[in-house]
Write a protein that binds this ligand. Structure first.
Ligand SMILES: Nc1nc2c(ncn2[C@@H]2O[C@H](COP(=O)(O)OP(=O)(O)OP(=O)(O)O)[C@@H](O)[C@H]2O)c(=O)[nH]1
Ligand SMILES: [Mg+2]
Ligand SMILES: [Zn+2]
Length: 350
């Protein structure tokens, strides 16, 4: 079994192995089925009724990148998925709808390439958001500044990225000119899984095709007027590199919504969190309180106001989703009690 399988996975898989199941990796997600790969090839798989019954949320269903335990019917080209092997990383976002739902973009990646193009797409604040979500995913973020052939201010951009992303590698690439691609080799070595994230039209699929050496993914033509593309990639897919690495292409994200990002939040805004710990009052609102370290840092320029504003904005967004989530939970709880009351009321009297 290749596809990133190793001794650690084998260890965790032991109980399923004893049940006679074999490991498979999800490479494509369809409406109710999944394309998975096993050591004997590709199969179309469905989850068992039991798994469906026990599922309480999106995270209980397979996603691209997952290792699953299957009972294969190789002669039919089909398989039944009995369980998901615990994930080592998971990149999620929130779908904005009536009910906030988790959408799993990719799982079990070692690295996430946060791709931002060096022309119209370039936006420092957006990269901060990507970083926040990437830290939360459990995978290592790497920043790729793409379409270097279209920019004159590359060095400045790299400096800006290094300021917001302490210790995160930054690579400048131009797939068109074939520049900077060699520097990506360490991330895509044998058994390594990398997910590509970034707005539509930044060149994720073009770069993936280039690394694969074939046109596996369709790529888009950008509108000249505003440099923006329509969404060309519409699904997520795990693609094996000839050298043994694995790439996950994803549709461009118009807006990245965070999912349970509290932890990652602290990591990418570590400096601000640290500053607020230095305020004189522990419950300082960083408004006009005396001895406020944040206001002092803003005043003397050590903290850039734009950066502080995006911190505030993110905090508000997180608070909003927490409220929305708790509303959904409250509604579910209410419904449960309503049903219990009804059951009690309808109980025949003796
Ligand atoms: N100038 C230039 N154009 C590029 C480069 N890489 C990709 N492009 C062009 O950018 C456009 C969009 O590329 P895609 O690879 O489809 O972008 P994507 O990120 O996969 O977009 P979605 O699938 O919609 O998320 C295409 O017209 C590419 O030819 C590059 O390095 N330089
Ligand atoms: Mg694409
Ligand atoms: Zn303060």
């Amino acid at each position: 079994m290749q596809w990133g399988w190793n001794a650690k996975w084998e260890d965790v898989f032991d109980p399923w192995r004893k049940e006679g199941l074999e490991p498979a990796r999800v490479v494509l997600e369809h409406k109710h089925t999944y394309t998975v790969v096993t050591s004997s090839g590709e199969l179309l798989a469905e989850i068992t009724g039991r798994m469906r019954h026990l599922a309480s949320g999106r995270a209980d269903y397979p996603a691209v990148g997952d290792w699953v335990a299957v009972a294969a019917r190789s002669n039919e080209g089909r398989a039944a998925i009995h369980g998901i092997v615990p994930r080592i990383s998971k990149f999620s976002r929130k779908t904005a709808g009536a009910v906030t739902e988790e959408q799993i973009v990719a799982t079990n990646m070692n690295t996430v390439f946060l791709v931002m193009a060096l022309h119209h797409d370039y936006n420092v604040r957006r990269m901060e958001r990507y970083l926040t979500a990437a830290w939360e995913s459990g995978a290592n973020p790497v920043i790729l500044l793409s379409k270097a052939d279209l920019s004159e201010r590359i060095e400045e951009a790299v400096r800006e990225m290094e300021q917001i992303a302490f210790g995160v590698p930054v690579h400048v690439v131009s797939t068109l000119e074939g520049k900077g691609l060699d520097s990506l080799a360490p991330y895509v070595g044998p058994g390594q899984t990398v997910a590509f994230l970034g707005s539509s039209g930044v060149g994720k699929s073009t770069l993936i095709n280039r690394l694969l050496g074939r046109e596996a993914m369709e790529t888009g033509v950008i509108r000249q007027s505003d440099g923006r593309g329509k969404h060309t990639t519409t699904h997520r897919e795990l693609l094996p590199l000839p050298g043994g690495g694995l790439l996950i292409d994803t549709p461009g994200m118009r807006e990245l919504q965070l999912w349970g990002a509290d932890e990652g939040f602290g990591t990418s805004f570590a400096d601000i969190e640290e500053l607020s710990g230095q305020c004189r009052f522990p419950d300082c609102r960083h408004d006009r309180e005396p001895g406020c370290a944040i206001q002092a840092a803003l005043a003397d320029g050590t903290l850039e106001s734009g950066r502080y504003n995006s911190y505030i904005k993110l905090q508000k967004e997180l608070a909003y989703f927490e409220r929305k989530e708790s509303k959904a939970l409250q509604a579910a709880e209410k419904l449960k009690w309503k049903k219990i009351h009804q059951a009690v009321r309808n109980r025949p009297h003796r």
